[in-house]
Design a protein around this ligand. Structure first.
Ligand SMILES: C[S@@+](CC[C@H](N)C(=O)[O-])C[C@H]1O[C@@H](n2cnc3c(N)ncnc32)[C@H](O)[C@@H]1O
Length: 153
């Protein structure tokens, strides 16, 4: 029996047991209304879909991406089970500006994701090494429309 769990499965189990996604849904819907976000929105660290899948169920149009294939496999299973099958994109943050130059009115980078930059696929040995932060943020900024927003939590 394979007892090794990928962090995607661990994260997913943890989120289901220990958290309440409705708080995130409210955290998105209120400000998005207030800021009158009408253009395309990207969740660039969608992970297993925590909160974002609920937003898709509510009819919000959100492009979903993540840099980890295993996370996206779990996301696809979750979004399908929730009745909103989505096609997520495998994209690292430093690729966003090239893939989507100045496209999005709002980019979400949620769930403390910057603190876990590249940690999931073990690209970094030391998760507290923030030397690539500028590269990560530049990728995100380059994909935002002039006057658009970046939401980081
Ligand atoms: C802590 S999880 C948060 C996931 C989700 N937003 C949530 O709230 O559950 C961090 C996510 O950031 C993604 N990530 C880390 N480094 C990345 C990078 N360089 N480019 C794209 N995604 C990255 C990971 O694959 C992971 O899915």
């Amino acid at each position: 029996m394979n007892t090794e769990l990928h962090p995607a499965e661990v994260l997913d189990a943890y989120l289901h047991v220990c958290t309440d996604s409705s708080a995130f849904v409210d955290q998105f819907v209120g400000p998005a209304d207030q800021l009158e976000i009408r253009g395309p929105v990207l969740d660039c660290a969608v992970g297993t879909g925590f909160g974002t899948i609920e937003l898709l169920q509510l009819g919000h149009s959100i492009v979903c991406s993540d840099g980890c294939a295993e996370m996206l496999r779990q996301f696809s299973a979750n979004s399908e089970a929730a009745g909103v099958p989505a096609k997520p994109l495998l994209l690292r943050w430093n690729e966003l500006a090239y893939a989507f130059p100045q496209v999005f009115e709002l980019i979400l980078c949620r769930g403390n994701s910057l603190a876990y930059a590249d940690a999931w696929d073990s690209r970094v040995d030391d998760p507290s090494d923030f030397s690539s932060l500028v590269e990560h943020l530049s990728g995100m900024y380059g994909a935002i429309k002039p006057g658009g927003y970046l939401f980081v939590d």
